[in-house]
Design a protein around this ligand. Sequence first.
Ligand SMILES: [Zn+2]
Ligand SMILES: [Zn+2]
Length: 276
Amino acid sequence: MKPADRMPREIAPGVFWIGDCLLQRHKGKLYHGYNAAFLVAGEKASCLIETGHPKDFPVIERHLDALFARGIPPIEYLFVTHQETPHCGGLGRVLKTYPQAVLCGDVSDYHLAFPQYESRMRWMKEGDEIDLGGRAIQVVEPVIRDLRTTWWAFDTKERVLFPGDGFAYSHYHEDGHCGLVAEEAVSLDLPDVSSTFADLALFWTKFADMNVYCDRLDHLIAQLRVKTIAPTHGLPITDVRATVPKVQQGLKAAALTPESGTNEKMPGAAVATPAA
Ligand SMILES: [Zn+2]
Ligand SMILES: [Zn+2]
């Protein structure tokens, strides 16, 4: 089964994981990343969180149509965590396809690309909420952030945290990890893949004390009583107490090693990753 055919997957009541895997090569294996989107369905409206990678737009539209066919309320809100292509690259397309949808978050600069939608952009800051009927999407502290403009989102009903680039790690297609939540992917070495992702994509973690960030993550998770974590690039986490420490172990390990360079470029080519 293709990874995209395993979606949409309901990871908490009314919270649907959609999108597809992105192939990379690393350590001689088919390494997969996610650029996920999530649909949160309230009683009167739905909110799409992240837009997915541009290559996934047809897949995401198919997944959304499947959800609408099941009676999910229409998309009235689009929340994106920050201004990077795998997170917001589809926002023009989403705003065009769903003419009632309002773009929410830190909406810096989007009007420069889409002046025609400026009236449908809503600034949000920590503590602000989007009411979906019976549940709300709340803007919360972005502990691990890629850009200064990053915000994280939180579903108040099922206590799902949407941390954008937080809890980012890849998975192995050949090991059957596609479409699984973190706890089901038992052969996935979470500290290792978390450390690799931080090494390749979160460069600033080399210069920060990640103990401080991990303590802040623990604080946020406790304060919000988070039950499920829905990262854009990692597998969803359904056992916060067991899994979060493994990801934190990877972040701390990555911070202590020098950068190792970029992904292997050629299939099968004997390109050694420079030793750390
Ligand atoms: Zn990202
Ligand atoms: Zn995959």
